[in-house]
Design a protein around this ligand. Structure first.
Ligand code: ADP
Ligand code: MG
Length: 381
């Protein structure tokens, strides 16, 4: 396939905030964009040149997207892989349906990690009663996770005993699950890589992540946030995982750093990732530009981080910091701090636990950016 130069139309399956930031990056470079999403007011649909309002498996909708777009990517890992396979019959699609199908299933994903020689947490699949009976006590306490469709800590239950495990599996409607041993986490980190059609791979620096209630809260990216040898291992592991999938596009892999200094892989996302948002302002090439470049077949250059960066997720909870009525936070006060970059995704209703936007802080030094982040947190309550 030839290189798609600006002026072509790039399509994306899914209209959430990741699609919105992809659209922004593509439009800045002179591309036209098309989004398929069932929601009339989806964050990406509202800013795209074209919005196909249809379900992900709607045949007419997929045909329309394929007629509008010269190449198509995805922003949402739960877009059914068969929809991508259907589009690929007509257009270049990246990442490929086969890679997305693996990332959509925790059991397949773990098999892939193991094939690539990257260790994950001790685990066992729970598809039926026999699997449940076979679970060894060595996996407890653990976390039972649905194999498919989990995100932001949803579809997960922490269990201490076999009784709790059984109750949790019943609670998850006996869906196919993976039980993972609960590990003593020293820290969490992630790596974003982009791999081109020619196999070239570039990466963003290691991102140190703090989760609250299973949802990403803070990402810090600066030298020393993760010990250099662990950072290097995480980058090499992510490249191996991408290469093993023959992956084309942007891939994010999440890791757990354990107290004994070892590193285990948690999960991967076949798309840009919340923990990579800082790269819009903190690096010379963002994860969304990398997505554009891989989709269009443009060259990949190694991104360079030019500023220490901290990203704070803005959840709907902030709107309720002062009471039961939703109140818009004082953005003007936050923007008075140096090096703040506000992103709001245009979601109409603030709800607790909903990702409404994020705030990236960049600065001349780690101290400066940490001080600004502390002040922003104090202002936001
Ligand atoms: P999601 O798809 O919702 O992001 P994850 O598997 O990444 O699900 O889990 C969300 C968070 O829960 C992780 O970032 C981590 O903080 C915690 N967690 C998940 N698995 C484990 C584990 N095996 N041991 C300890 N903490 C875990
Ligand atoms: Mg996760």
């Amino acid at each position: 396939m030839t290189v798609l130069l600006p002026g072509a139309t790039l399509g994306v399956m899914g209209g959430g905030q990741l699609g919105r930031m992809f659209v922004h990056a593509a439009q800045r470079m002179g591309y036209f964009t098309a989004v398929l999403d069932p929601d009339a007011s989806s964050p990406a649909g509202r800013v795209s040149h074209h919005h196909v309002q249809a379900d992900y498996l709607d045949e007419a909708g997929l045909a329309k997207l394929a007629s509008q777009a010269d190449a198509i990517t995805t922003e949402f890992e739960n877009v059914p892989a068969q929809a991508l396979a259907r589009l690929a019959a007509q257009r270049f699609v990246a990442p490929a349906a086969a890679a997305v199908a693996i990332a959509q299933d925790r059991a397949l994903e773990k098999e892939h990690f193991t094939r690539c020689g990257v260790p994950c947490a001790p685990n066992a699949v729970v598809n039926d009663e026999q699997d449940l009976a076979r679970i060894g006590d060595d996996l407890l306490p653990g976390i039972l996770k649905t194999a498919r469709l989990g995100y932001d800590g949803k579809g997960q239950v922490r269990v201490r005993t076999r009784e709790e495990l059984r109750a949790a599996w019943d609670g998850l409607k006996r869906a196919p699950c993976v039980l993972e041993k609960m590990l003593p986490l020293a820290f969490e980190c992630s790596v974003v890589v982009a791999r081109g059609r020619d196999g070239a791979i570039v990466h963003l620096p290691v991102q140190h992540n703090l989760h609250r209630d299973g949802i990403l809260a803070v990402t810090e990216v600066y030298a020393g946030n993760v010990a250099p040898d662990q950072a290097q291992r995480a980058i090499e592991a992510t490249k191996a995982i991408a290469a093993g999938l023959q992956y084309v596009g942007v891939l994010c892999v999440e890791f757990f750093g354990l107290e004994d200094g070892s590193l285990v892989v948690n999960e991967m996302a076949p798309r840009p990732h919340n923990s990579g948002h800082w790269s819009i302002e903190g690096a010379d090439v963002s994860q969304f530009e990398l997505q554009v470049r891989t989709l269009a077949g443009l060259p990949l250059t190694q991104p360079r981080q030019h500023s220490p960066s901290i990203m704070l997720n803005l959840l709907g909870d902030l709107w309720f910091a002062r009471g039961a009525e939703a109140v818009t936070p004082d953005w003007a006060a936050v923007l008075a701090l140096p090096g703040t970059h506000l992103h709001l995704y245009g979601k109409t209703e603030a709800r607790k636990g909903r990702k409404m936007g994020h705030l990236t802080l960049t600065g001349p030094s780690v101290e400066a950016v940490r001080a600004a982040a502390r002040q922003a947190c104090a202002l936001l309550g």
